[in-house]
Design a protein around this ligand. Sequence first.
Ligand code: ATP
Ligand code: MG
Length: 418
Amino acid sequence: MRQSKLFTKTRKESPADEVSKNAEFLIRGGFVHKEMAGVYSYLPLGLRVLNKIENIIREEMNKAGGQEILMSTFQPKDNWEKTGRWTGMDDLYKVSDSSGREVALGPTHEEIVVPILKNYVTSYKDLPVAVYQIQNKFRMELRAKSGMLRGREFIMKDMYSFHTSQEDFEKFYEKMKEVYKTVFNRAGIGHLTYLTFASGGTFSKYSHEFQTITAAGEDTIYLDETSGVALNKEVLNDEVLAQLHLEREKLVEHKSIEVGNIFDLKTKYSKPFDLSFTDEKGEKNIVLMGCYGIGLGRLMGTVVEALSDDKGIIWPEAIAPFQIHLLSLGEDVAVLKEADTVYESLLKAGVEVLFDDRTGLSAGEKFSDADLLGMPLRAVVSARSIKDLPSGGIEIKKRTEEKGKIVTLDELLKIFKK
Ligand code: ATP
Ligand code: MG
């Protein structure tokens, strides 16, 4: 895409009402637009990142056997009264229409997915099954000061699994731990993300969170660096340490953000709706459930928090809006012509390229935009780079490198050949 045609522009000044680094960079770069605290719209660059994250998650959920659905945002009050959460959930948005009818704006979808499954699950032969969606959620978060990390409207992947036995559930749950690791590895934060034991609430001993280490995190974890096992601060006590074979002295404290979590729901939501099946002996049993969440916007914000430097974002290749940022410097006709050739060749080779073809900007302005926007590779065509054409032509530099090198167009294209 030609940057001269991109309707968004970068901004030098930080938004006055944002304190978080992720929101600052994402707004300054024109990835997102803030509507109100905790509510953001995705603009072309941000949407490209979101789509890539979404595709990684979708691929991995499909591989795990998940069937994609898309559930409604409006949720009947009756369903929420059945589970006790109409009054029991503090952050539930309730809206009413002119007839006075009240509905919930979905903050999660157990109250919808269970009644759906009830229509189709009757026998043990219908199980196990796992369904998921990628959809906007609404929560009345009290503190929405962390940019994309804590939205009042935010995009979540939520999967729900249904089983005939605890054993079958546990098999799936263990598989999902690996699936989640793959998702975070592919998104470029695997090396900073740890499976973390957290308190499971009333219905199971532990839940598991996937916590990414970053100074901006709202959680605190204790990490055993040798085993890679982490504990959420709120579960840290001698009994838990003994159960997990961890020694308090060896644990290192980190600030972190929960990018995903997995839960054993047992019959908490299947029971109120009497979601049941008949087993081999013809006896009726309540279905066992698990749920598995990942916040997509939060993941994007986490990447920005964890991987940026003081100049801007450093996107991992797999989720960068474009693979390469091509810059033409100056108004020299030969430079513009060569840059155009490079752009067209990259496009032809199927490379996703953002081409800063804007005129009237200094080299410094273009470089600082490239640093802010954070494409993994920068390619510059300038009077200097084309001076010894046909052998030279393009100066390339990774976002993480200080110094670039001159390459030919063929050499550049080779980088993107699989
Ligand atoms: P937290 O403790 O951070 O509030 P949670 O336990 O409420 O998270 P879940 O209800 O389990 O989160 O949601 C599943 C996933 O959705 C979380 O792991 C997180 O990645 C994401 N998520 C939850 N709340 C938000 C939010 N307000 N904004 C963005 N993402 C969120
Ligand atoms: Mg929450």
